[in-house]
Design a protein around this ligand. Structure first.
Ligand code: SF4
Length: 399
């Protein structure tokens, strides 16, 4: 039995800004009382954001799922279609993608997240073509998209190095990488759920190359596919080590596995308590990453709201369309006013942020809350099927 006094002294050190070891983080994750963990994490958050600690942020973005065709066949994924499965597989054309960008701008969105499968024909040229077209028509949109897995795939298709692929898509318009494809970085759980993906070490290596080229990113973790607590802590330790060298991760975003429609049926989904403990541990352990993001899409609004008391400073995006985690059973919906209210009820002042976390609009007076009846809240089933009809726009949230 771990001595609670020892745990408390580690918590006090972390809360005061001291670095904790991997072993200490695992001890805290396993044994520290939930409330004490939350208190320590919140103390770190308040100190880091002294002066604006009353604020919690969100962003408006559109997730553009450009294809579901994928050669990588991750076992947890309910979104992809194998290249031979022409009934299920679809790809969007550029006009469709540009129309979605136009709608994003019209609704006050500032960011797009290109997210899709590893299409066997999509090399660097595909992304160059699409990003430059988007930037030509919508220079105001930030392209925060893809991740190390997509870089590895497109570089292989085009026969170039990861470094060259990153330089070329950055020159074409990519602003920053989302943390896509991190899943679980340690070897055993990664191989169990995504055997065809690059290794966790390679994922980090590509992110390191990107950071050194000036392309920052976020980082993520998929919880609840059967990984151990030690593997969860190992995952964040691998991220912290890379961040010590590059400083290029802007945020860490854990989210929970959705168990429907995939090949991992029967695996345990992480509980809300495990999720909140991870948010808190991330705030305490990742002392070199500025933002810890709560994600209500997979854990629900109440848990998302609670995350703000466990070290999170951001609630992620109100997303104008999402089909990946929703394909796997994420059922939570929301809209801008709901997110604003949710943040207020957590005792914080909501603020819309930019991709780089500057506050764009602080909602400090409810009487001045933005009103936009066009902003509605549900997931696009037509998009899942590759349809193009979008009578309404969709607002939901994830990373
Ligand atoms: S998670 Fe991404 S890479 Fe893996 S199968 Fe799904 S679409 Fe493909």
């Amino acid at each position: 039995m771990t001595d609670q006094a020892v745990l408390q002294s580690v918590l006090d050190r972390a809360a005061a800004g001291g670095r904790i070891t991997k072993e200490e983080a695992l001890d805290l994750y396993r044994h520290a009382p939930l409330h004490a963990l939350g208190q320590a994490a919140d103390a770190v958050r308040r100190r880091r954001y002294a002066g604006t600690e009353h604020i919690a942020t969100y962003i408006i973005e559109r997730n553009i799922n450009y294809t579901n065709v994928c050669v990588t066949a991750c076992k947890f994924c309910a979104f992809y279609a194998a290249p031979k499965d022409t009934k299920k597989g679809w790809s969007r054309d550029l006009d469709d993608i540009l129309r979605r960008c136009a709608e994003t701008v019209e609704l006050g969105g500032t960011q797009i997240m290109f997210q899709g499968g590893h299409h066997p024909d999509y090399g660097v040229e595909y992304y160059e073509h699409h990003f430059s077209a988007i930037k030509k028509d919508f220079p105001q949109l930030v392209i925060h998209s893809l991740g190390a897995s997509e870089v590895e795939h497109m570089a292989r298709i085009s026969g170039v190095s990861a470094e060259e692929a990153i330089k070329r898509i950055h020159a074409a318009g990519l602003d920053s990488f989302a943390g896509a494809g991190a899943e679980l970085l340690p070897e055993r759980p990664r191989k169990a759920i995504a055997p065809l993906k690059e290794s966790g070490e390679r994922w980090l290596e590509i992110m390191e190359i990107a950071h050194k080229l000036g392309v920052e990113s976020t980082s993520t973790m998929l919880m609840g596919t059967g990984e151990t607590n030690a593997e969860r802590i190992e995952h964040i330790a691998m991220i912290r080590d890379t961040q010590d060298r590059t400083g290029g991760f802007r945020a860490f975003i854990p989210y929970t596995y959705q168990p429907e429609n995939n090949h991992l049926k029967g695996r345990t989904q992480a509980t809300i308590f495990e999720y909140l403990r991870m948010i808190a541990i991330a705030r305490l352990f990742l002392d070199n990453i500025a933002h810890i993001q709560g994600s209500w899409l997979t854990v629900g609004k109440e848990a998302g709201q609670l995350s703000l008391h466990y070290g999170a400073d951001d609630l992620g995006s109100i997303m104008l369309e999402e089909n990946v985690v929703s394909s796997a059973g994420a059922k939570h919906r929301s809209n801008r006013q709901e997110i604003i209210d949710l943040i207020r009820k957590a005792g914080r002042t909501p603020a819309q942020r930019a991709t780089t976390y500057e506050h764009l609009l602080v909602h400090d007076d409810p009487a001045n809350d933005p009103v936009d009846d066009r902003v509605v809240s549900h997931i696009s089933s037509t998009a899942i099927e590759g349809g193009t009809a979008h009578p309404e726009l969709k607002l939901i949230s994830t990373n």
